[in-house]
Write a protein that binds this ligand. Structure first.
Ligand SMILES: [Ca+2]
Length: 217
């Protein structure tokens, strides 16, 4: 699996399809389903929690990459829902970096960057107030991951930089990406659309510093 840019607006699916019917997507062995629905002529993905409060998908089409960004549009409603994109998931340990939104009351959200540990624990590397999201509204969540030691994690909400966290502890080096959903309390409604991965062979910083070093040789 080589790194590759990849995007999916889910328009190639038919309503009712589980997105894992496409070779671009793989479903976590446990958890609910991501099922395509049509809304006013646009295909999006509905979270179907069936018998689990967790849904996780890996984007196999994007392969394994180190530096780049992963983004997705989420339309969550219902307190206690967590909508995440993740990157550098280690296929062996299942540890990963994640960024997302949780709805905690009405339209109020928290936004966060976290390190997800394979045991199901996590460490929040950043959290703060997120955008207000009314039912039916969408928010674009993008996680950019750059560097080796430290690893710089930047959260973009609706295209604007919202927060940055620097990990000097876990230092995940590369991995696969995807999205994951979770809820506590009542079952929420979460819609998704426009998953996008931009995997850079070299980060902007590495490229720039490389060019600078070359100038001073
Ligand atoms: Ca779409």
């Amino acid at each position: 699996m080589a790194a590759a840019d990849f995007s999916d607006d889910f328009e190639s699916f038919s309503p009712g399809d589980d997105i894992s019917s496409s070779p671009s997507w793989d479903k976590a062995p446990v958890g609910g389903d991501a099922v395509v629905i049509e809304q006013s002529g646009n295909n999006c993905v509905n979270a179907v929690f069936s018998d689990s409060s967790f849904i996780g998908y890996v984007c196999t089409a994007a392969g394994i990459w180190k530096n780049g960004s992963v983004a997705m549009d989420f339309s969550p409603s219902g307190a206690g829902s967590f909508s995440n994109v993740y990157a550098r998931l280690n296929p062996v340990s299942s540890d990963a970096y994640a960024a997302g939104l949780t709805v905690f009351m009405g339209t109020l959200t928290y936004q966060y960057i976290a390190y997800i540990k394979s045991e199901g624990n996590y460490e929040v590397l950043y959290s703060g107030m997120g955008p207000q999201i009314s039912p039916g509204e969408w928010a674009n969540v993008k996680l950019q991951v750059e560097g080796a030691d430290p690893v710089t994690l930047t959260l973009y909400i609706n295209g604007e930089q919202a927060a940055q966290a620097v990990d000097t502890n876990y230092l995940l080096q590369e991995g696969i990406c995807g999205f994951a959903l979770y809820y506590e309390g009542d079952e929420p409604s979460i819609l998704m659309d426009n998953f996008e991965v931009i995997a850079n062979p070299l980060s902007l910083a590495e490229t720039s510093f490389g060019a600078l070093k070359a100038m001073f040789r």
